[in-house]
Design a protein around this ligand. Sequence first.
Ligand code: HEC
Ligand code: HEC
Ligand code: HEC
Length: 341
Amino acid sequence: MKALIRTCAVACTAVVALFFSTYASAGAYAGFKVIEKMQCATCHNLSGEVGLKTAGLWRKGPDLYYAGNKYRANWMSDWLQNPKRVRPAGTYYFDHVESGKKMDMIRKTSFDEHVRLNAKNAKDVALALAEMRGKNALVRTEKHDASITAGAIGELMFDKVNGCMACHRIDSDYGGLSGPEMYTAGKRLKPEFMLSYIRDPQAWDHNSMMPRRDITDEDLQKLVNYIISLSGAPKAGDGKLTSLDSAAKNYRYYCMQCHGIAGHGSGVNARDMSVPPRNHSDGKYLKARTDAELFKVIKEGGAAINKSALMPPWGGTLSDTEIHDMVKHVRHLCNCKYEAK
Ligand code: HEC
Ligand code: HEC
Ligand code: HEC
């Protein structure tokens, strides 16, 4: 083990030396020195070469030799100062789970704290990592188009159609555990990387546990834009639900029975309703409604605004704060805000 670490340290010194000569930025230069001194390469693949001897060691942490093509630079600098796990079950879940009574459980004690850098070192290291452009060819061909969104059916595409939520969390309390959390991915990852990774995970890492499936270019854009939309609101990383997480949860619990999983107004109850539940992805309609109007109809029900009483009043069930958050959630579904005519 010690010998392996030594071998790696030597190999990685060579890699780092190579970067020294190629890149001139003073910050990046200082960053490579920190990377070398703190032996980041004992856990991360920084060179892109997978030797049989060292591959096992590198599996401890995610590959970083293409960090510049994967991560947003600001995120790296923040994360290195305040590292929080983004894969609930660790980089390789097998090292961190045990069988429980009903299902496998995460062994919380199996995780070590990540090294923490001071602000200056974190900035420099982020600059250095940004220079690491392995797999350039994979991202060069990707073009992100923020205008191709899935609107309200983003969650449906992610949850049901493509089964992504089986392995990924879309809020801090909903979804699978073996993959990186998706509700922070928009802040963490470059869109071109996401497009490329979802297109072909094994092209990035032949060991990736994520299945490759055929997804059209348009649907890839929609999935990525949906993932980006999940990062819109600040999320608590400590497992506590933020207000918007709770609104999404309340919506799943109370509203989907009529408004539908996709928010299209096509819930299980909708079939026999004389007035169909409003389609919450209908931005054209909802942008004509003020937030105050939405608040009122959710709190007091359809009848209070001369609409169908089939829309129940929720004021007895949800607090005013929760209803305000729900209005924000509906705005999120329609991807619209109030526009005066
Ligand atoms: C003892 C092993 C170890 C060492 C040493 C180490 N890391 Fe990590 N690192 C990890 C693990 C494990 C993760 C994954 C955490 C997770 O899954 O959320 C990680 C995650 C990261 C991430 C976030 C990437 C992501 O997608 O989760 C960055 C950036 C990073 N490390 C940089 C560094 C740098 C820079 C150094 C040296 C200063 C370093 N690491 C040293 C084990 C290590
Ligand atoms: C069987 C489990 C599984 C399924 C299903 C799955 N993924 Fe993944 N996904 C993973 C794992 C595990 C990784 C992390 C690989 C790594 O870096 O260690 C990943 C990585 C990713 C990444 C890169 C994130 C990062 O931080 O590195 C994105 C984006 C992503 N998945 C999106 C999706 C989308 C969209 C779908 C549905 C089409 C999907 N995934 C389906 C397991 C899965
Ligand atoms: C029992 C079925 C049902 C449930 C549950 C339900 N709704 Fe509705 N909702 C309706 C119907 C029906 C309408 C259409 C009323 C109309 O247009 O006359 C509607 C309309 C709406 C509208 C549009 C109002 C407008 O200005 O036209 C909003 C916003 C809304 N619902 C939000 C919610 C929220 C948020 C929840 C969960 C807290 C919820 N609904 C739960 C049936 C339901």
